[in-house]
Design a protein around this ligand. Structure first.
Ligand SMILES: O=C[C@H](O)COP(=O)(O)O
Length: 254
């Protein structure tokens, strides 16, 4: 992949969102682990729904080289917060990664930058790696505000947690107009924002993996990954079929 691949290990993350039964998840995990064994340049992470995490660990991932992530966590550590799942619970069950600030959480649950920053910090406190999602709406892009939005979203985590924690994180750039729409950002559009995020992080930015998300498919992954600041992908729809997802993972190693 891109010219900086010697410095940053590519990472491909499957976000299965609100999908799957135990049988579906079982088949999908079998399909992925059977095709992704041995040593690989790219790191592969799967993020099932909370209720399928234990199944993933106990029945499929324990002896695989596929890592486990969660799609979200509570902004609270413990106590009377009905329905929540804490970062510590996720660590305890075997997660290594947690997505925070996904645009669907920001949009459908009104999560603020401040709440996302708290979650980001709790994931670190629980010895896992947060995947911080940022991205602009179509209206914001058309108004020329893309970089302002990204600066505000990354800045909230930076201000709350400090640059050292950002250095040990993954950032996912997901323009909302590309999420689940079939419209992918062009490699140039994505590269511009990725380079901007890296610049925002200062010297540590060179070590941070910044992935792109938004209608990534097997047929567009390679050109995106060829960009110097795109270190992998956060994949939704195309991660629901093992063969399609594995094709994207392979493209990260070209
Ligand atoms: O978390 C994944 C993203 O929201 C991308 O979803 P998508 O690949 O279905 O567009």
């Amino acid at each position: 992949m891109g010219q900086l691949s010697n410095k940053r290990r590519p990472i491909i993350i499957a976000n299965w969102k609100l999908n799957g039964t135990t049988a579906f998840v079982s088949d999908l995990l079998d399909g992925i682990t059977e095709q992704w064994f041995g040593v690989h340049q790219a790191e592969v992470v799967v993020c099932p729904a909370f209720i399928h995490l234990a199944q993933a660990v106990n029945e499929h991932l324990a002896h695989s080289n596929v890592a486990l992530g969660a799609q979200d966590c509570s902004q609270f550590e413990e106590g009377a917060y009905t329905g929540d799942v804490s970062a510590e619970m996720l660590h305890d069950i075997g997660c290594q990664y947690v997505i925070v600030g996904h645009s669907e959480r920001r949009r459908f649950y009104s999560e603020s930058d401040a709440q996302v920053a708290k979650k980001f910090d709790l994931v670190h406190q629980s010895m896992m790696t947060p995947i911080l999602c940022v991205g602009e709406t179509q209206e914001q892009r058309e108004a020329g505000k893309t970089l302002d939005v990204i600066k505000r979203q990354v800045g909230a985590a930076l201000d709350y947690c400090g640059v050292e924690k950002l250095a040990r994180s993954v950032v996912a750039y997901e323009p909302l107009w590309a999420v689940g729409t079939g419209v992918t950002a062009t490699p140039d559009q994505a590269q511009e924002v990725h380079a901007f995020i890296r610049e925002l992080l200062g010297p540590v930015g060179q070590a941070v993996r910044i992935v792109y998300g938004g209608s990534v498919k097997a047929n567009n992954a390679e050109t995106l990954f060829a960009e110097p600041d795109i270190d992998g992908a956060l994949v939704g729809g195309a991660a629901l079929k093992a063969d399609d997802f594995i094709e994207i993972c392979k493209a990260a190693e070209l």
